[in-house]
Each structure stands twice: as C-alpha cells, then as structure tokens.
Design a protein. Structure first.
Length: 370
C-alpha cells in the first residue's frame, strides 16, 4: 500500500531507535530463549515497564515488490532481524513511496532515511569515480564484473561517495544494456548510423551512441513507449527485464544483444545513520546487505532468462552480434575522461578472469520472499 504521508512528513521521520515493550510475564521465557540461542536480549531486569531498544532502519526504493531488488531487500530484512536477535529491524518502502532515486538520496544525506538503492550512473554526480562503471565494454562478462566489484576495487568505489554522506554497502546486478529498435537489426556499428536512440541523461551514454554513429536522444522513461510507437526515436537501450516489463517489445521488434555496458546498482546507507550505529550493529547490517546482493544476483539471472524467453515468444527478433567491432568503435570515449577514471578502468580491464571459488557465488534464491 502506498504511503499516504507527504514527503515533508517523511523527511521528519528520522531513522532511530524505537522502544519495544516487553510484558513482565514473558520476561523469564525471553531470557531463557536468549540464553538458548546465545543472544543477549538486553533486558536488564524483569520489571513490566522495562523496554528493549530496537534500531529501526527505513529503506526506500522505486521498484515494485515483485522485482528482484525488492525481493532481495526483503531477504536482507529477515537476515538483519536474525543476526541482531531482533535488536535491528528494516522497514522497506517500495514503488517510490518515499520519492524517486534523487529524492531518496537527498533524504539519506539528511539522515531522514536509512538506506536506498540507485544506479551507479546516478552516483557519478556525487563521486566522479563512478563514471568508470558507465564506460562501454569495461567488463568482459558478468563473472569478470563481480570478481572486480566484490574485491578491493569495488570497496574503493563503495567508499567513494562517503564524503557526500552516502556509503555503499554492496553491488546489485542490473544486467547488461543492449540496443532495441523498431525494425532494424543492429549487427554491426554501422547499422546505428542516423538512428535516434533514447539514452539516459548520462554524458558517457550519449558519447557512446555518438561514437557508434547514432543520435543520442534523452527522453524520460515514462514517455519512451509512446516515443517508440510514434517514431520520435528509432530505438533505445536497456537490459532484458526492463525491455520486457516495460512493454517496449510491443513497439520495438528487434533486440540486438551488443551488451555495451554493465552498470550495477548500489545499495547505500546514510553515513549519518551509519555513524550512529555501534560496531556490532554495523557488522550486522553489512553482512545482511552483502548476503542480499548474492540473493539479488541469483534472482536477476532468473529474471533475465525469463524476459528473453518471453519477448522471443512474442515474436521479437533476437540478434547476437560480434561484440568486437562495437568495442573498437567506442574505445576512444576513455580519452576524454579524468586521469583517475582512466587509471581505474585500466586496472579493471587488467584484472584476470576469476579463479573458481575466489569470489562469492550467488546463493539460491528464496522461493517465497516478497
């Protein structure tokens, strides 16, 4: 159910500890359960008026409850409760109940919201080092991407926006972006010549389309279906679940899997909130976040496969071009980037293929999380 409170009220609902009353008659049973589980309940005494402090963190995001991101966050809430023995609770507000990505980031900076999820491309406006992740053909494949993001380079990026009161906890999979067009297959870069391609309002994304010969045309996501239908643009680019769930496959009948970028999502916590937590609470939150990322990646892989099967069954032509020529045509984009971005891109590309078992593999997706 969408929240009925206005956003100014939301901003005043500061994340914090709230009391959880415990009945005196249940006190002995709670202590016994805590001892049995090895969990300190922090009750102190058994007076009926004694209260246990529960740290409630609020998480807002823009996706619906069926999305792999929300389902992973629900898993995170369950794990945080278990790890903390009930001393920490995560409340999740999906579907832009607390605002869009930009508004949630502002609430995090104020400390009025605990956590959110945004695209790494959005974070480039707060920490320029994130521009690196938007470069075309930065990663060889999904395995290479998460070997990098789960290692020291990923940790450096997650910390890069901390001075803006935005601390990264984990990377979520947002798949690879590819071109879809109304009626033209993109088999070689030359096929994009003269086509108006909708892009995000990202300098790197627009530079990439220009390098391939297309005309980048920023249009809001909500207006894109009509723009494709009426021929305002000839195509767009996004990952398979977005192409499918948006219904764009109904008006863009060719999907060319050139996989030009693989920009992850980032799970963020407000540093205002983070610094108020003690070391044990921080450890619980980080562990729950990292585990949620593993679950999300497994859910995302399933969603990608389902989406491609669905659009192909609906008659969409799936094209799998040679990626080499696309990578060559877009290589010059790096020339205009700052030295620290270029240096990080070189380090990412130099990182070898992961050794089996050297990084965390996705865990099995939960069956009934919503």
């Amino acid at each position: 159910m969408r929240a009925t409170m206005n956003r100014s009220l939301v901003a005043r609902r500061l994340v914090g500890a709230v009391p959880r009353p415990e009945r005196g008659t249940a006190c002995v049973r709670l202590i016994a359960l805590g001892l049995a589980l090895g969990v300190g309940l922090g009750l102190g005494g058994c007076a009926p008026t004694e209260r246990v402090q529960v740290e409630v963190l609020r998480l807002g995001h823009g996706l619906d409850e069926a999305h792999p991101v929300h389902r992973a966050m629900a898993h995170m809430a369950t794990r945080l409760d278990a790890l903390s023995g009930g001393a920490m609770r995560l409340e999740i507000y999906p579907s832009e109940q607390l605002g869009d990505e930009r508004e949630c980031l502002e609430l995090l900076q104020l400390g009025s919201l605990g956590l959110t999820k945004v695209s790494a491309s959005v974070l480039a406006g707060f920490a320029p080092l994130y521009r690196t992740l938007g470069l075309p053909y930065l990663f060889r494949d999904r395995e290479h991407a998460f070997a990098v993001l789960d290692g020291p380079i990923g940790r450096r990026l997650l910390d890069a926006s901390a001075d803006q009161r935005l601390l990264g906890l984990a990377f979520y999979d947002a798949g690879s972006r590819s071109f879809y067009t109304r009626d033209r297959a993109i088999e070689v870069p030359e096929d994009l010549e003269g086509l108006k391609i909708r892009t995000q309002e990202s300098a790197v994304a627009m530079a990439m389309v220009r390098a391939l010969g297309g005309a980048p045309t920023p249009i809001s996501w909500g207006e894109l279906y009509t723009a494709l239908q009426q021929g305002v643009v000839d195509g767009a680019e996004n990952n398979p679940p977005s192409f499918h769930l948006s219904g764009h496959y109904e008006v863009a009948r060719v999907y060319s899997l050139d996989e030009h970028t693989r920009v992850p999502d980032v799970l963020l916590v407000s540093t205002v909130v983070w610094q108020r937590l003690d070391a044990r609470q921080q450890a619980w939150l980080r562990e729950a976040a990292v585990e949620s990322a593993r679950v999300q990646r497994a859910l995302w892989a399933e969603a990608e496969e389902t989406a491609l099967e669905a659009v192909e069954a609906a008659g969409v032509e799936i094209v799998r071009p040679d990626l080499g020529p696309f990578a060559v045509r877009t290589a010059s984009i790096l020339d205009g980037e700052a030295p620290d971005v270029a240096e990080l891109a070189a380090a990412i590309r130099a990182q070898g293929a992961p050794v089996a078992g050297s990084h965390a593999a996705p865990v099995a997706a939960p069956e009934n999380e919503t």
